[in-house]
Design a binder for this molecule. Structure first.
Ligand code: PMP
Length: 360
């Protein structure tokens, strides 16, 4: 079978040229006679891999010198605990904005370690918007403000970052890291699971301002202390070597394409094709309005469950796969991360148009 267009929310489609390089190098990584999965994480060959990956990520995101980049295990979900264990330590309280299930998980975990104040929430409308905030709503004594920059399930993104004054913003950027330009200096900490825009599952990226390192709670396990990993260049123990290697290839691919600004332009165009059609369609409906729409995850619905099911089946038969929406939203969701080629989105929109003709 040829490759399909895979709209999965994650693990998600990876750039084909990256998969081809990985395939070519699988049995003999750069003349070592071994796979990159079989070499020591302290070998010269792997040292080059991890150092190049970090350098390329720094270039891609324009990461200032006073930030550390960590490649960790445990996915984004471990960060829900690692953030409070390390940062909720001065005044032992933090503000959170609740924009969906992942925010809720972060909030629940935060509550285990200190006082959590939910400043704003969009739960009243099934999280189909980003709640407005202003500086007065945030506690100036909070240790940080936690946001989910892109809500994978509901397809919402912050049109602009909240104004938190001097309180550092901590962002779960799992589903839009490298998909659009962010000014890293506006954040205290950014974290992201890899399996959407970065590479295979098994790794989380953490970008942390240096002054926030070194204040972990005494109860923080060694592996849950940012200082451990910052001091060891992400090699305190065996890191997720293969995931780091793959991420490095994705970073090179993205640099070749012109970096994040160029990618964002393509992403905005891909998303606009879909949203424009959704806005003009008589049977398909977008579940999110205007400025809160994500350019990474696009949920949409048909008038009833039968049509949703028929659409998903016919789309799958046409090579457009994994379009089923999250169970809490229903309908469909097209995840159109960096690695989704424009042709994939074009084909999806053309398919939706034809589906509408056939079913109206
Ligand atoms: N945060 C967001 C925004 C996500 O989309 C996900 C995964 N879908 C997670 C956190 C959890 O990531 P992981 O599975 O890597 O723990």
């Amino acid at each position: 079978m040829g490759r399909v267009f895979n709209f999965s929310a994650g693990p998600a489609t990876l750039p084909e040229p990256v998969l081809e390089i990985a395939q070519k190098e699988l049995l003999d990584f750069k003349g070592t006679g071994m796979s990159v999965m079989e070499i020591s994480h302290r070998s010269a060959a792997f040292t080059e891999v991890i150092e190049k990956a970090e350098a390329d990520l720094r270039t891609l995101m324009n990461i200032p010198e006073n930030y550390k980049v960590l490649f960790l295990q445990g996915g984004a979900s471990s960060q829900f605990a690692m953030v409070p264990l390390n940062l909720m330590t001065t005044n032992k309280k933090a503000d959170y904005i609740n924009t969906g299930q992942w925010s809720k998980k972060a909030i629940a975990e935060g509550k285990r370690f200190g006082s959590v104040n939910v400043v704003a929430s969009s739960e009243d409308k099934v999280f189909n918007y980003i709640p407005e905030t202003n500086r007065q709503m945030f506690d100036p004594a909070a240790d940080y403000v936690h946001i989910t920059s892109n809500n994978t399930i509901y397809g919402t993104t912050y049109p602009e970052l909240p104004d938190t004054g001097d309180v550092p913003i901590v962002a779960d950027m799992s589903s839009n890291i490298l998909g659009q330009v962010y000014d890293v200096s506006k954040f205290g900490l950014i974290y992201a699971g890899a399996q959407k825009n970065v590479g295979p599952a098994g790794m989380a990226i953490v970008i942390i301002r240096e002054d926030l390192i070194g204040h972990a709670m005494d109860i923080a396990p060694v592996m849950f202390n940012y200082e451990t990993h910052a001091n060891a260049g992400s090699r305190y123990n065996t890191p997720p070597c293969f995931a780091i290697y793959m991420a490095g290839l994705v970073f090179e691919w993205l640099l070749d394409l012109g970096g994040v600004p160029a990618m964002e332009e393509v992403n905005r165009e891909k998303a606009a094709w879909l949203y424009d059609f959704l806005d003009e369609s008589k049977i398909f409906k977008s579940t999110v309005e205007g400025i809160h729409r994500s350019i990474m995850n696009v949920p949409f619905v048909l008038p009833n469950d039968e049509l949703n099911a028929q659409f998903i089946k016919e789309a799958t038969d046409a090579g457009l796969t994994t379009l089923k929406g999250h169970r809490t939203v229903g309908g469909m969701r097209a995840s159109i991360y960096n690695a989704m080629p424009p042709e994939g989105v074009k084909k999806l929109v053309a398919f939706m148009k034809q589906f509408e003709v056939n079913n109206s």
